[in-house]
Design a protein around this ligand. Structure first.
Ligand code: AVI
Length: 318
């Protein structure tokens, strides 16, 4: 039962946004929490470990596409643009793009200042002479680009199929916001994960070593630590489900038995088998990805996929 969605007044160390999202999400039926809260320090480390798993194909497939098609990007995009990356640049992916297209400036945008400044410093060292202009901010909200790139045409870069973690309406809103932010001459290079064999998809989100299970269960530990929770870790099991109608992998935390627990003094109950839906990862057919981009104000002009058609990098123009 939801009593209040404001953090308790006496709990000074509680992040009100985290409190609001978790208490609201646990009060809903069915229970669902936003995936952004996976990424505390431990969650970010576990996600890094996921990207190296044999079952998790997206990172290595997209990285190989970036490595292989540099000349194509250069021909399609041209030199001298400002690259605006939505998310802190990854040392694995971003250098391939920057090397290929010789941009005039690089602007990574990320909500986590520490992480952003560390990755920006590494990229600045690797590309001496390239102005690296990090922006700390939430790219789901209106923000301003650095004055230094005024007048430069832009290439938005949104790798990782991060768009897939958004509900379709929110994904369209974000694409439109990117279009407004980047301007009329802009292009966008976006990674989008493809629909494929369901067993392959489920394995990628329920790996044999249990790293994805630990990533999902880490949310319980974070709630306990940061929101005065007493959720029993052993009361939850990780589940990865393919939802064919919505073309998405869903991650859930399933109650192994009837559970009673508290979050910052509020009581919650779960029946045995009831779940908390913690993440959706949408997958796209070739047509779906084009429709999504068009709905967001972008016209797809080129795409690159691997031989198995697991993952696509799509170039679109404003
Ligand atoms: C960050 N995001 C694109 C990942 C995905 O594949 O949806 C998050 C993830 N969740 C479980 N494994 C990886």
């Amino acid at each position: 039962m939801l009593l209040t969605q404001d953090a308790p007044k006496n709990a000074r160390s509680i992040d009100p946004a985290f409190y609001h999202d978790i208490v609201t999400g646990l009060s809903r039926s069915p229970k669902a929490t936003p995936p952004t809260w996976f990424y505390d320090r431990r969650g970010s480390e576990l996600f890094e470990a996921i990207t190296d798993l044999p079952e998790y194909y997206p990172t290595r497939t997209e990285t190989a596409l970036l490595e292989r098609h540099g000349a194509d990007f250069a021909a399609a995009v041209g030199a001298g643009r400002a690259v605006v990356e939505f998310g802190a640049g990854s040392s694995r992916k971003t250098p391939h793009l920057l090397r290929a297209i010789a941009p005039a400036a690089y602007v990574p945008i990320d909500i986590s200042g520490d992480f952003l400044h560390a990755s920006s410093a590494a990229l600045a060292a690797a590309f001496p002479g390239l102005p690296v202009l990090p922006v700390v901010g939430d790219f789901n909200r209106p923000l301003a680009l650095p004055a230094a790139i005024a007048g430069m045409s832009r290439l938005g870069f949104f790798p990782g199929s991060t768009i897939g973690n958004m509900e379709p309406d929110a994904a369209v809103d974000l694409l439109r916001a990117m279009r407004r932010l980047l301007g009329d001459e802009a292009k966008l290079l976006i990674g989008m994960d493809r629909i494929k064999d369901r067993n392959r998809l489920i394995a990628a989100y329920d790996d044999a070593q249990g790293v994805t299970a630990a990533f999902n269960l880490n949310l319980i530990e974070r709630i306990n630590r940061e929101l005065e929770g007493d959720l029993p870790i052993d009361g939850f099991a990780h589940r990865a489900i393919w939802n064919d109608e919505k073309a998405r992998i869903e991650m859930h935390l399933e109650a192994r038995r009837p559970l009673h627990f508290h979050v910052a003094g509020q009581c919650f109950h779960m029946d045995s088998g009831e779940t908390i839906h913690t993440e959706s990862s949408h997958k796209y057919g070739a047509r779906d990805q084009r429709l999504l981009l068009r709905a967001g104000g972008w016209e797809p002009t080129a795409e690159w996929t691997d031989d198995e058609g697991l993952f696509a990098l799509v170039l679109a123009e404003a």
